[in-house]
Design a protein. Structure first.
Length: 610
């Protein structure tokens, strides 16, 4: 049985199939398999390439295989070797993609042997390492073309073999044997190959979690980001639930940080790429909608299907009489869009309407209804009404907090009384609470905090300054903290690529940004940031000393929404009047550290059951 790193299954259907086959145990004893490995692209500084699988095979082959996995059917021009989708759009050759991945891996580990140096120049035999390196492509749904093509299909594993666990393993063994047999190792070289394989595996294995209090102020912030991106078991369960019930409609309910937006994007991708459908992806937040639009542009072009993103207002101009209706509807932040008028608008753009059409809604119906402080219908009542109106509806929940560290999850639990266990073992710094008593005191406090973050190599794009007051926008735009001028998120450019294969490195070595983002909580709902500075009061002007407080229930929902935006570090800067009104210190001390341990134990108990 192969050892898998990490042990969580991939979300992609084709990758999940290969993952299960390699984990299955047929003649894979001693193998170690790493999936979703990111390595720096030698040709594009600051960009990481993603390798679907790195398969390491020990004695007697001592081989490392970079494996690209593709789902869906593609076409190949026999004359030119060009690849194209079922819709006719051209795409990069999977073989060429994984070959570049292989060289990126070699560039990071010079002892890997693929007969070529990092510049892809052939190496003399005496300069080659002893650990063999090769690349291959596994096609989950594509049979071998007839007649077979040669050069650009080398080391391809076709659907008939991928779907058979034994055949897939045998194909990988054949590739390893063929690669390894290209040269003969003596005993000294064999020991060197074994040593290099051990070193490579140690480099690729997830690193131990550093001490929590210093973690945000170190380059290890990148490691924390990767840990929080790994999908949870209940996320995978919900994807499979939707996939296995294609004629049903769904409401997926989950607290902040449980991965609703991630699933919404994956579901849109599947219905577009794998089914060729016309998909509408709707949310209530204009800034989140712009993120969706940029993400949609990274999807491969194809003749059939499309993904259209926007707020419900953007879709209000959709003329269903003149345009073909959508095959599938996905709604994020649905708790803000379940009134009668909004539901009617959604039904008009969907084939079969909401009654007979196919749709999935994601929302936090209990805790994030912050669109209005005067809502009379509870989240539970909204869900019950939807179930009565749409008998085909299946309701399921997300339970695991995959966004926040244990420290932030514990703080949210203590302040608001909501428990959503985080991943076990994912830690960051404890949250901080500071107070101000005047506009000048707030300015000085924020300038000191931002300067400290900047001095510790935190990029401004990793920080968001959150408030609930839109009254301060004009004033804040003229301010500078830590030498960074403030910029409202609705005016900001994309701070990083959303392409799966091009993940921007934000280690902080190159602080190229000169602006610091700020937003009110309403505009940032559904989004997240590594570092959140949450400024209270939550009503009135932050800068003229006003301390008007919203209704208590709405206040705690706002506080919960703002706090849960933080992935790695949370700092609360509050007017001194809130110290007594919210009882921040009594809620926070002296039981915070013990509550962190409690949340960690909850996470471990849940993981042991699953």
């Amino acid at each position: 049985m192969a050892r898998m790193f990490p042990t969580t299954e991939p979300t992609n259907r084709a990758e999940r199939w290969v993952f299960e086959a390699l984990r299955g145990g047929y003649r894979t004893s001693g193998w170690e398999v790493f999936h979703s490995i990111h390595v720096p692209d030698p040709d594009r500084p600051g960009v990481l390439r993603e390798i679907d699988f790195v398969v390491t095979i020990p004695d007697p082959d001592y081989c490392v295989i970079c494996l690209e996995v593709k789902g869906g059917s593609f076409g190949i021009d026999e004359r030119t070797g060009m690849w194209y989708t079922a819709g006719g759009a051209t795409l990069q050759s999977p073989r060429e993609k994984v070959r570049k991945d292989m060289f990126a891996l070699k560039n990071n580990f010079s002892y890997l042997n693929c007969f070529y140096d990092k510049n892809q120049q052939r190496l003399p035999s005496g300069d080659r390492g002893q650990l063999a390196l090769e690349c291959a492509v596994a096609f989950r749904d594509m049979d071998e073309p007839t007649p077979p093509l040669l050069s650009h299909l080398a080391e391809s594993i076709w659907a008939s073999d991928v779907r058979d666990q034994k055949k897939l393993v045998e194909k990988l063994r054949d590739i390893a044997e063929k690669t390894s047999c290209s040269f003969t190792r003596n005993q000294t070289q064999k020991r060197k190959a074994e040593e290099d394989l051990v070193n490579l595996r140690q480099e690729l294995e997830p690193k131990p979690v550093p001490p929590p209090k210093n973690r945000i102020f170190s380059p290890d912030l990148d490691t924390l980001r990767e840990e929080l991106l790994v999908l949870t078991n209940d996320q995978l369960h919900n994807l499979q639930l939707v996939e296995r019930n294609p004629k049903k409609c769904f409401v997926i309910d989950g607290a902040a940080g449980t991965g609703k937006t991630v699933l919404a994007l994956e579901l849109a991708r599947q219905h577009y790429e794998e089914k060729g459908e016309k998909v509408a992806l709707i949310c209530s937040n204009p800034y989140l909608s712009s993120r969706f639009e940029r993400w949609a542009k990274t999807l491969p072009d194809q003749k059939d299907g499309t993904v259209v993103t926007g707020t419900l207002a953007d879709f209000s101009t959709f003329d269903s009489k003149k345009q073909e209706k959508f095959d599938y509807l996905i709604v994020d932040e649905a708790q803000n869009l379940c009134n009668e008028k909004s539901l009617s608008s959604m039904g008009q753009i969907l084939k079969g309407g909401l009654t007979d059409g196919c749709w999935t809604m994601f929302g936090d119906f209990s805790n994030q209804q912050i669109a209005s402080p005067d809502l009379t219908e509870t989240g539970e009542e909204v869900l019950e009404r939807l179930k009565n109106e749409y008998p085909r509806l299946i309701h399921d929940e997300l339970e695991t907090n995959c966004r926040n560290t244990c420290e932030i999850a514990a703080a949210v639990s203590m302040f608001v009384g909501i428990e959503s266990p985080p991943r076990s073992g994912v830690h960051g710094p404890e949250i901080e609470i500071e107070y101000f008593d005047s506009p000048e005191g707030l300015d000085n406090r924020l300038d000191t905090l931002v300067t400290e973050l900047k001095d510790n190599k935190i990029d401004s794009r990793q920080i968001i300054l959150l408030s609930s007051s839109s009254d301060d926008s004009d004033v804040l735009s003229s301010r500078e903290y830590g030498g960074w001028k403030l910029l409202n998120v609705i005016e900001a450019e994309p701070e990083e690529s959303l392409d799966k294969e091009e993940v921007l490195s934000v280690s902080g070595d190159d602080l190229s940004s000169t602006t610091l983002r700020y937003s009110n909580i309403y505009d940032f709902q559904g989004l997240e940031s590594e570092v959140v500075i949450l400024v209270l009061p939550l009503a009135g002007s932050l800068l003229d000393g006003t301390t008007t407080l919203p209704k208590a229930d709405h206040l705690f929902k706002l506080l919960y929404t703002g706090m849960s935006r933080a992935k790695a570090a949370l700092i609360i800067v509050a007017h001194k009047s809130y110290e007594e009104h919210l009882e921040l210190e009594p809620r926070f001390e002296p039981n915070y550290e013990s509550h962190i341990e409690s949340m960690e134990q909850l996470a471990k108990d849940r993981d042991s059951v699953s």
